[in-house]
Design a protein around this ligand. Structure first.
Ligand code: LLP
Length: 454
């Protein structure tokens, strides 16, 4: 499908450069918008050369709009910054088109369930380019991964080692000697990253991995060395998500290094977790800066150059690539209290504010350069008061019912965690690039909603 493009001609106003910062009531900040954002001759916002208002007319709202070039740029940064084999963490956002895009840009894919494995394969992944994760992989999931010649499995528990041993004995795991699946042992390095409680994973008190400090990790290594059909190659850790300080990753490397050296490992994966800016005033390191900091820490702590230091970013690849377009349906001004603006989506397409108290911005794609003096609470259409998308949104004063409203930086863990709460139909996903748009996931229908009912 091709969306009609805005006419070109007269010189267009430009978005301010990403470096400048604006007050909360100023226009939406450039750094929060997808890379290819521009202003059309009509003064609307376009992404990938596609006018967002025309797109909303075309496909309806709500809709997730992803800037394909933006995601390709981030994948390339990751593939250049880390050695070959850097994996895209598909949990952040996965559909067949995304799997294909990340593979085309030389990334491997990290999958953490049988469902993610199936979508990755449908998107063109071969076993060799898959990294299989999960703290509670079932025998069926492990067998499915082995049957496609999975490249790497990250081992998370003694129970999982038992399951792999049983699959080996049953002959499910026996590949050719040159294609033995590689194993990494997931460890908890005992690092407290500064992020939300629910997305911290590096500390000792966690369901993930084996503790380095208690000796469980060393025990797991012993058991894995005795496992036939597999090759133990390295260590894996993931200290949390939405982390802004690269020093936390340097600490992680320092905690992992002795274990890597002691076991003569050749691979050391630091997981994902690089933060992104969601709201005005936040600044996050780029993937390139992150990779440099990690490699420099590896040299500082004396990791041998032969060790492949790699990572698996999710959020940093996709978060700011997308905007969600909604339509304003109701405006309620409560005198002396606040203004509520309700749109046609909500916590079913973005549960992050209600889950983690995450902040977002909002703006009108018909006037992206307009000041936003109106303070209002942006809410969805779900039947509970917690259904808040932006608690303290700033918007232009002439906002009206019927306006298309956008929330930027919604590319990670939005579509991925979307639900049918209140039997709301999940929005489509549209990729835009070079003046064209394509629906890569169609809008859900009532028939989809009823499809599993007997
Ligand atoms: N690797 C492992 C083993 C992970 O558990 C995760 C994320 C990643 C990589 C990717 O992390 P990222 O680069 O995306 O931070 N739903 C939460 C985030 C949960 C992250 C879970 N694991 C949110 O919306 O903030």
């Amino acid at each position: 499908m091709t969306s009609p493009q805005a006419p070109s001609g007269a010189p267009r106003p430009k978005l301010p450069p990403p470096e400048s910062s604006s007050p909360p009531e100023g226009p939406i900040h450039r750094a929060l918008l997808p890379d290819t954002s521009a202003i059309t001759a009509d003064g609307h916002l376009s992404v990938g050369g596609v006018d967002l208002l025309l797109l909303a007319e075309d496909v309806g709202t709500p809709v997730f709009v992803y800037d394909e070039d933006h995601m390709r740029n981030r994948c390339r940064e990751a593939a250049q910054g880390f050695e070959a084999g850097v994996a895209y963490a598909t949990k952040a956002f996965l559909c067949k088109a995304m799997a294909t895009l990340a593979l085309e840009e030389k990334m491997a894919l990290d999958v953490s369930t049988g469902g993610e494995l199936a979508v990755a394969l449908a998107g063109g992944a071969t076993g060799e380019r898959l990294v299989c994760h999960g703290n509670n992989k079932s025998s069926e999931e492990l067998a499915a991964a082995l049957s496609v010649g999975v490249g790497r499995i990250v081992i998370d528990s003694f129970d999982e080692i038992g399951r792999l041993r049983a699959l080996s004995t049953a002959g499910v795991a026996s590949g050719s000697a040159s294609h033995r699946p590689r194993l990494l042992v997931r460890v908890t390095p005992g690092i407290e990253a500064h992020t939300h409680e629910y997305v911290k994973t590096g500390q000792e008190d966690t369901k993930f991995g084996f503790s380095l400090a208690s000796g469980a990790a060393a025990e797991a290594v012993d058991a894995l060395r005795h496992l036939a059909d597999f090759e133990l190659v390295g260590v894996h850790a993931h200290i949390g998500s939405q982390i802004f300080e690269v020093s936390a990753f340097a600490e992680e490397i320092a905690a992992l290094a002795p274990f890597v050296v002691e076991n003569r490992f050749t691979e050391c994966c630091i997981g994902g977790g690089l933060g992104v800016a969601y709201v005005e005033g936040e600044v996050a390191p780029s993937i390139t800066e992150w990779a440099r900091a990690v490699h420099s820490a590896a040299r500082t702590v004396g990791l041998p150059l032969t060790v492949r230091v790699t990572a698996e970013p999710g959020r940093a690849v996709v978060a700011s690539a997308a905007v969600t377009l909604y339509r304003v349906g109701t405006i309620k001004r409560l005198p002396g209290l606040r203004t509520y603006i309700a749109v046609d989506g909500g916590m079913s397409d973005n549960p992050r504010p209600v889950l983690y108290g995450s902040g977002y911005e909002a703006f009108l794609p018909r006037a992206p350069l307009a000041p936003r003096p109106l303070a209002a609470r942006l809410v969805g259409k779900h039947c509970e008061s917690g259904d808040v998308i932006v608690d303290d949104a700033r918007l232009p004063c002439d906002l009206a019912v019927g306006d298309v409203l956008a929330t930027p930086v919604t590319g990670a863990y939005g579509f991925a965690m979307s639900s049918n709460y209140n039997r709301v139909l999940r929005p489509p996903v549209v990729f835009v690039s070079g003046g064209r748009s394509r629906v890569v996931v169609r809008r859900e229908t009532v028939a989809d909603l009823l499809a599993r009912e007997t």
